[in-house]
Design a protein around this ligand. Structure first.
Ligand code: IVH
Length: 663
């Protein structure tokens, strides 16, 4: 083995160790930056040598999209569990087990019942070769390409006592905070929201494009085995110890219980802490520890006789709705909120509950004065499940607001959409997000005003709206904690420089819905000045061929708002030139890429779908793998193996910026 291969192997081992410390143990030894340095070094060496080990973390970025999943048969069926809801039933389970086994000497294990989806991971000679969903228990789907993007799933088993074949079973799930963040982003992008972390996890795993799965924050925990060859494990306790030793994530607070009473104590304990856990659990699984005894107990139709699930009750209560008021979130979405007569739900006093959207109020017939059933699942905000009884005021109509409750700008609903939004540029709850977007690289590109600094400036009150950015003084910045004199000077310089931004960039920076970089350029090509857009009507916009109905509507609504126009005028007086070199440029891209074959790899600033749409719209084709027929490989961040292939075949590689100028 040469020096490079040896260094690659060393880096893979080292990076996997740090990934385990970070993702599984939550106890990193090095900073994210230090990890990135090692990771980049690995990618570089892999690229020059062409040697990519099976366990390399560089394989986790997501392979090419699939057309469909292959079927995956389970040679040992993946069973379900019998549900129980009382300690009496748990005792009953214990008695049944002992009677069947004709012994009182039975030890159990207890572990959380994770609320996600079951998968089986097959390792042959220590290498992950397949990941399959449970499906109907006999046949699932092959989701290997997606599973390898999950950082806590080991790509290979290292160390001693590695079996010839092992099928490890466990649950893929999403943490509550990651679920909230995912839905927040989806809301911004007008994508349908996931109902709960379990649906989000399942949707992310059953995703034909592994690059999308790679972006989702998924976790894994192991709780069982299917096939096993070349190693003997005699109990659940031994299995969990073996898994831990081989760096697999295992159930939180796994417990070996000498008797059923200990398992019941564990169930009680879990119930007291479950709301505070970072992930959702819907109960506890109690299992007979010894695998030999399990074999003697066998199974019923679809459930084993050696395990049960104890399910916790959802936290529910009945109370009265006192009022329904609009509330605006950080993304500008205005949702109806029910003000409730305070009630204790699972030990927490609840006095507000989201009603999601205005259609749901109509659909469920919810009115002030109604008695409603509310539910609190884990950390998740309480929701109204149903109306139990209509109150006397049930003839009061709940009207959808026409203006934003915070800033008074117009509240608009997208055609066919359920979501009501405020379009105010300087709407307080939205400002933090707006400032971050405004200063971002593709927008006004204010170097030094990234997310962290934007939040800091917003929180200390120096930047209360977009225009405040241009009134910042060096002296103000220098007074801030963690703000070095040099960064203050640099930031002021960057803000000055950003005043020269073109109209297209400025339009993009405004964060108008559906108005990405591409649309912004298109608008700048057709409208010479920003003033020409003031009060623009949909019809005028629809003359631009490539502009969709929703985009035209969003633009015309934005520029119909007096507050928005005033804010733009102020920005002009503060020195924003808004020159427009794009005006008159042939923005009709039809045919620009005609006959050209594209392949996309890595993460782009826009979604894959959007990029594909643009390429096809301009006459190009997009395929999933690089071949001699490929004209361009459009490479985003963290490109996959396609990059090497393109290099080897001499295919031209385009950065996103180069691609934009090609368009
Ligand atoms: S044992 C025959 N252990 O619950 C054994 N399942 O309701 C079956 N689950 O399909 C699985 N946490 O998706 C087991 N600690 C745990 C679990 C667990 C979550 C899920 C799993 C299974 C379902 C059965």
């Amino acid at each position: 083995m040469d020096d490079i291969s040896a260094e690659i192997d060393r880096l893979v081992t080292e990076l996997n160790r740090h990934s385990y410390l970070y993702h599984v143990l939550d106890a990193p030894e090095i900073s994210d930056e230090a990890y990135d340095v090692l990771f980049r070094r690995l990618r570089e060496l892999e690229k020059t040598s062409g040697y990519v080990p099976h366990a390399s973390p560089s394989l986790r970025v997501g392979a090419a999209p699939l057309d469909k999943f292959d079927k995956a048969a389970h040679s040992v069926p993946m069973l379900s569990l019998e549900d129980t809801f009382s300690f009496g039933e748990v005792d009953e389970f214990d008695r049944r087990v002992k009677k069947l086994l004709q012994t009182d000497d039975v030890a159990y294990t207890a572990e959380p019942k994770y609320d996600g989806l079951a998968v089986a991971l097959t390792y042959e000679q220590g290498r992950l070769i397949r990941a399959a969903t449970r499906g109907d228990g006999t046949t699932g789907e092959d989701v290997t390409q997606n599973a390898i993007t999950i950082k806590t799933i080991p790509l290979s088993i290292t160390g001693t006592d590695i079996p010839d074949l092992i099928e490890i079973r466990g649950e893929i799930y999403m943490q509550k905070a990651d679920f909230d963040e995912l839905n927040r982003r989806r809301e911004i992008d007008s994508q349908p929201l996931f109902a709960n972390p379990r649906n989000a996890a399942a949707g992310s795993v059953r995703q034909l494009d592994p690059a999308v799965t790679a972006e989702r924050k998924l976790n894994f925990t192991c709780y069982g085995i299917g096939k096993l060859e070349g190693l003997t494990l005699s109990s659940q306790t031994a299995l969990i110890a073996w898994l831990k030793r081989h760096l697999f994530p295992t159930p939180w607070r796994f417990k070996s219980a000498k008797a059923i009473g200990e398992a019941i104590e564990y169930i009680k304990y879990m119930e007291t802490v479950r709301d505070g856990l970072p992930f959702n659990i819907d109960g506890v699984v109690v299992k007979v520890d010894d695998f030999g005894l399990r074999g003697r107990l066998g199974e019923k139709t679809r459930v084993p006789r050696w395990a049960i699930a104890y399910k916790y009750q959802a936290h529910r209560a009945i109370t009265r709705i006192e009022a329904i008021v609009p509330s605006i979130g950080r993304t500008g979405v205005i949702t109806p909120v029910a003000i409730l007569a305070p009630v204790s739900v699972g030990g927490v006093t609840v006095s507000r509950s989201t009603l999601h959207n205005w259609d749901e109020i109509q659909r469920k017939g919810i009115r002030p004065g109604d008695s409603v059933l509310i539910e609190r699942a884990g950390d998740v905000i309480p929701r109204v499940v149903e109306v139990v009884e209509h109150g006397t005021a049930s003839d009061i109509q709940v009207a959808e607001p026409v203006v934003c409750p915070e800033c008074g700008s117009r509240a608009v609903r997208e055609e066919g959409g359920a979501v009501l939004r405020c379009i105010g540029l300087n709407c307080p709850p939205q400002l933090q997000g707006r400032i971050i977007h405004f200063a971002s690289r593709a927008a006004l590109n204010i170097d030094g005003l990234g997310e962290k600094v934007a939040v800091q400036l917003f929180e200390c009150g120096l930047v209360k709206n977009i225009t405040d950015i241009f009134m910042l003084k060096r002296e103000d910045l220098e007074k801030l904690p963690r703000f070095a004199a040099k960064s203050a000077v640099n930031l002021i310089k960057a803000i000055e420089a950003s005043k020269a931004a073109t109209l297209a960039r400025f339009l993009y920076a405004l964060g108008i819905r559906h108005t990405g970089e591409f649309v912004s350029k298109l608008i700048a090509a057709h409208f010479e000045t920003i003033e020409a857009l003031y009060g623009v009507d949909i019809e005028a916009l629809r003359l631009i061929k490539q502009l969709g109905g929703k985009t035209s509507a969003a633009l015309s609504e934005f520029f119909a708002d007096d507050g928005n126009i005033r804010a733009i005028e102020t920005l002009k007086t503060l020195g924003l030139a808004l020159s427009n070199p794009d005006y008159g440029a042939d923005s009709d891209n039809k045919g620009k890429l005609s006959g050209l074959a594209f392949v996309i790899t890595g993460t782009l600033p826009i979604s894959r779908k959007e990029a594909e749409g643009q390429i096809r719209g301009a006459g190009g084709t997009v395929s999933s793998s690089v071949s001699k027929q490929t004209d361009y490989l459009l490479a985003g961040e963290s490109p996959g193996s396609k990059l090497e292939k393109a290099r080897a075949l001499g295919v031209k590689i385009l950065s996103y910026d180069e691609y934009l100028s090609l368009l």
